[in-house]
Design a protein around this ligand. Structure first.
Ligand code: HSE
Length: 402
């Protein structure tokens, strides 16, 4: 009989409380799937006194995240506090340095410190899992890290921010203003505490940086992403695009070019007939163009309270953290695709192998600056960035190949 995986959860907001509830109510299913029970043994949050919807009787309250991260009674530290800096950073580093596994939904932390954390995980033998950080319910991290581990990837793009897609959808369908739609997105709980993070494209940029690093084996670098948001888009822009046979979406695009990895976030005109154009409301979608395979598109709910329950959010990576030590304990298998990339099969499921996939000498350069200028003048583009000017938009190339 394998001992249950003992979790310490830092952060008991909407997501943290839901994870505690899920682990409690789905205990049998989770144990069946991971081959091991999962128990929440300790928690921490900003306020102990706050009324919560979950029963925390029998769960130890630890005074601060750092103490919880290194708590001798936990195997896995679940970080659901958010933020790129401390206390999340210090706590995750401490947990990894103590050899514990970490599950986090913190895209800001990963976009800024992902490689450093992955290295710490590898050094000390823990797992670093973060499925919920990108694409909400869509298992895109697992797809890139494991499912497509042997496939060369040429482009990853998608709708990565539910708030923006919700706003653009309502503006298009109901002719409403940007401000009205943003207000509703906030009321419905889609937007971040600071909505400019969503509408100015930074949330998409963080998620794109994580996807690009997994897809191309590059260092996670949010600062290398060209970012343009949707706040200057007016209903007449959407009508003008519609007249030309397009719909406007905020896309995150990472593409391998001859000179490096181009990463950009901007409003984009996509042909109405394309699959990405059908993605409406708060839904997210990610398309992966791989060498020798047709494009793979994953679609799923992206933001808000009505996001589906299992198997997403941290419970799914928690399951992986639970099962990895059993299923791969001590075994390390090195795999190679001739002339392409190497990765460790054991660690591919659990730590930073994907972030180390291409050796530094072979690693494509991530280029800061404004890659979209070149893209905008291309006649062979498959998606068309908008720059806000209707005159410019009317001059853009048609792109039947998208
Ligand atoms: N504010 C984010 C979004 C939440 O709208 O997509 C999920 O990351």
């Amino acid at each position: 009989m394998v001992a249950p995986l003992k979790l310490g959860i830092a952060g008991l907001g909407t997501v943290g409380a839901e994870v505690v509830r899920l682990i409690e109510t789905q205990a049998r299913v989770l144990a069946g799937r991971s081959g091991r029970g999962i128990r929440v043994v300790a928690v921490t949050a900003r306020s102990k006194a706050k009324k919560r919807s979950v029963d925390l009787r029998g769960v130890e309250w630890v005074k601060d995240p750092l103490a919880l991260a290194t708590h001798p009674g936990i195997d896995c530290f679940v970080e659901l506090m958010g933020g790129a800096g401390d206390p999340a950073l210090a706590a995750v580093e401490a947990a990894l340095n103590a050899g514990k596994s970490v599950v986090t939904a913190n895209k800001a932390l990963l976009a800024k410190h992902g490689l450093k954390l992955a290295k710490a995980a590898e050094k000390h033998g823990g797992a670093l899992n973060f499925e919920a950080a990108v694409g909400a319910a869509i298992p895109v991290i697992k797809t890139l890290r494991e499912g497509l581990a042997g496939t060369g990837i040429s482009r990853v793009y998608g709708i990565l921010n539910g708030t923006c897609n919700y706003i653009l959808t309502r503006m298009e369908q109901e002719g409403l203003s940007f401000a009205e739609c943003l207000k509703d997105a906030q009321r419905l709980g889609y937007a971040e505490a600071n909505p400019s993070f969503d509408v100015d494209g930074h949330d998409t940029a963080q998620k794109l940086a994580i996807l690009a690093s997994l897809a191309f084996g590059t260092k996670v670098a949010q600062s290398a992403v060209y970012v343009e948001g949707i706040s200057s888009i007016a209903p007449e822009d959407l009508r003008a695009a519609a007249d030309l046979g397009y719909r406007v979406k905020l896309l995150g695009v990472a593409v391998r070019t001859a000179t490096g990895i181009e990463q950009r976030v901007h409003p984009t005109m996509v042909p109405k007939s394309s699959s990405i154009a059908q993605v409406m409301g708060v839904t997210n979608a990610v398309t992966i163009d791989g060498e020798g395979i047709p494009p793979i598109t994953l679609v799923g709910p992206g933001a808000g309270e009505q996001r589906p329950r299992p198997p997403w959010w941290p419970t799914s990576p928690t399951l992986r953290a639970a099962s990895a030590p059993i299923r791969s304990a001590g075994r390390s298998r090195s795999c190679a695709t001739p002339g392409r990339r190497r990765w460790s099969a054991t660690r591919a499921a659990t730590t930073s192998a994907s972030w180390r996939a291409i050796s530094p000498a072979r690693r494509p350069r991530s280029r800061p600056g404004s890659p979209s200028r070149r893209f905008r003048s291309s006649r062979s583009c498959s998606v068309i960035p908008m720059a806000g000017s209707r005159r410019q938009m009317a001059r853009r190339c048609p792109c039947p190949s998208f």
